[in-house]
Design a protein around this ligand. Structure first.
Ligand code: ZN
Length: 168
């Protein structure tokens, strides 16, 4: 168990696709713990393994109003409804906020830490968090989903942000 470093844009590893989890042994258990602890430390709503530079298909969400972080392994969204604009930010893209179209009612199928499959209906921020984290597993970042104008603004903002942090 440990707090882990979150990699940030433009680290190219954020663009790699994650691989399905097949081994639910100790290495996965410690990754799950690290994700949960690191998320809690940053009091954010979600964190995915690729943000820790680990490309296994796993993420954890803790949307406002939930008492327990929820773990999703090998997740797949099986239904989406009630689309709307949602304001998002990302621990891997510090300083950027923007509107994204997301479904606010979804059904997601995944496995828990022991590998047991489950299906869950989620709405509101929980549904939004799952879609944001699922994007990470596919190498996608939230600003990829901005409108054309939003992407233009984001590009300018990101150039500014990354020039403030030459080590990135
Ligand atoms: Zn993110």
């Amino acid at each position: 168990m440990a707090l882990r470093t979150i990699i940030t844009y433009p680290d190219p590893r954020l663009r790699d696709r994650s691989q399905p989890v097949t081994d639910f042994g100790p290495s996965l258990q410690s990754l799950a713990q690290d994700l949960t602890e690191t998320l809690a430390e940053h009091s954010a709503f979600g964190l995915s393994a690729p943000q820790l530079a680990d490309h296994r298909a796993i993420f954890v969400i803790a949307p406002p109003g939930t008492d327990q972080p929820q773990l999703f392994i090998n997740p797949e969204v099986t239904s989406k409804a009630a689309w709307g604009f949602v304001e998002e930010s990302c621990l891997s893209v510090p300083g950027l906020v923007g509107s994204v179209i997301r479904a606010t009612q979804i059904t997601v199928r995944a496995q828990d830490a022991e590998g047991a499959p489950f299906e869950r209906a989620l709405d509101g921020m929980a549904a939004v968090c799952v879609q944001h984290e699922l994007d990470h597993l596919e190498g996608r970042l939230f600003f990829d989903r901005f409108s054309a104008l939003g992407r233009l603004r984001a590009k300018r903002r990101l150039r500014h942000l990354t020039s403030d942090n030459p080590q990135n």
